[in-house]
Design a binder for this molecule. Structure first.
Ligand code: SAM
Length: 283
C-alpha cells in the first residue's frame, strides 16, 4: 500500500447493488479523503448517507463531459498533498465509466495512482457464468447502430476467447435475435441484477436463451457472457479443392473463388488463392 501522507489518487470500487459489498478500506477512504470525485454527486450522497459518512463539502462531479477539466483540479490537489478518491455510480471507475483519462493525466504528471479494488459487474458476471474464464475479452457496451454491431459480430466469428459485454434491458431481445442468427449453438449466460434482490442468471445456448426471452419483460442491469468460438475442426483439403474447382468451373475469377473458399473453410485467402491458381492451370 502507498504512503497515505503523500498526495495520491485512489480509485475506489463501490457496490453494484448490495451495500454490504463496500470494503472496509473503501469505507475508510470515503470517510477520510480530502475530496471525492464522483460520476453523479446526488447518487453518491446516497452511498455516503447509507454508510453514515458526512460528505462535508468534499463531493465533486467528474463525468465524461468534464473529466479533462477536473483532471487539472485533481492534479493540483494531489500536488498539495491531498488524498483524492474517485468513485463511479457503481462498480469500478474506468470500466465503461469515467476514470481512465484522469488516471492517465495524474500518472503523466508523475503523481501516485492507487486502488481500493472491489466490485465490477463484468468480473462478477464472469465468476458466476460457468463459461471458460481462462481468456476473455470485454466489449463494454455494444454499438447502437445495427451496422456497427454487425461488424462487431463478424469479429467474434473466429474469437476463441469468452466475450463479455454490458447490455441495456431495452436492447436485450434485439441483441439476442441477432446473436441467435450467428452464434445459436454457443453457450451464453445473462447475469441480471447481480447482488440485488432480483438477481437472476439465464443460461443455455444462445438459441435457447433467445427463446426464453420471447414474451418476457426484462428489467434491470445486465451483463452478457458469451462463449468464444470452439476450436475449428481440421480443414479437409479435399473439400477446399472440390469447392474451388466447382467455383472456377462455374465462372468465378481466381480471386473470387479463393475468397469464397477461404471464408467457408476458415483457411487463409493466400493459401486458397494459391490452390485456386493451381487448379485453374489444370482446367
Ligand atoms: N464500472 C462499472 C463496473 O465496474 O461494474 C460498470 C459501469 S457501466 C456504465 C454500467 C453497466 O454495468 C450496466 O448498464 C450493466 O450492464 C452493468 N451492471 C452494473 N451493475 C450491475 C448488476 N448489479 N448486475 C448486472 N449488471 C450490472
Amino acid at each position: 500500500m502507498t504512503d497515505l501522507s503523500a498526495g495520491q489518487l485512489v480509485i475506489v470500487a463501490t457496490p453494484l447493488g448490495n451495500l454490504g459489498d463496500l470494503s472496509a478500506r473503501a469505507l475508510a477512504l470515503l470517510a477520510t479523503a480530502d475530496a471525492v470525485f464522483c460520476e453523479d454527486t446526488r447518487h453518491s450522497r446516497t452511498l455516503f448517507s447509507a454508510n453514515s459518512i458526512s460528505p462535508n463539502g468534499r463531493l465533486f462531479a467528474l463525468h465524461e463531459h468534464n473529466e479533462l477539466e477536473q483532471s487539472v483540479e485533481v492534479i493540483a490537489r494531489i500536488s498539495r498533498g491531498e488524498t483524492i478518491v474517485l468513485i463511479s455510480d457503481a462498480g469500478t471507475p474506468g470500466i465503461s465509466d469515467p476514470g481512465t483519462r484522469v488516471v492517465a493525466a495524474v500518472a503523466k504528471a508523475g503523481l501516485t495512482v492507487t486502488t481500493a479494488p472491489g466490485p465490477s459487474a463484468v468480473i462478477a458476471a464472469l465468476s458466476v457464468a460457468g463459461i471458460d474464464t481462462e481468456r476473455f475479452v470485454m466489449e463494454g457496451f455494444l454499438p447502437r447502430k445495427a451496422g456497427e454491431r454487425a461488424g462487431r459480430y463478424q469479429e467474434w466469428v473466429n474469437e476463441r476467447r469468452t466475450i463479455a459485454f454490458y447490455e441495456s434491458p431495452q436492447r436485450l431481445v434485439t441483441t439476442f435475435g441477432e446473436l441467435a442468427e450467428r452464434f445459436g449453438d454457443r453457450q451464453v449466460c445473462i447475469a441480471r441484477e447481480l447482488t440485488k434482490l432480483h438477481e437472476e442468471l439465464i443460461r443455455g445456448t444462445v438459441a435457447e436463451v433467445a427463446a426464453k426471452l420471447q414474451g418476457r419483460e426484462i428489467l434491470g442491469e445486465i451483463v452478457v457472457i458469451l462463449a468464444g468460438a470452439s476450436e475449428a475442426p481440421p480443414v479437409d483439403e479435399a473439400m477446399v479443392t472440390d469447392c474451388l474447382r466447382e467455383r472456377l468451373v462455374a465462372g468465378d475469377s481466381t480471386k473470387a473463388a479463393a475468397n469464397y473458399a477461404a471464408q467457408l473453410y476458415g483457411v487463409s485467402n493466400r493459401s486458397a488463392y494459391e490452390l485456386a491458381l493451381a487448379i485453374r492451370s489444370t482446367l
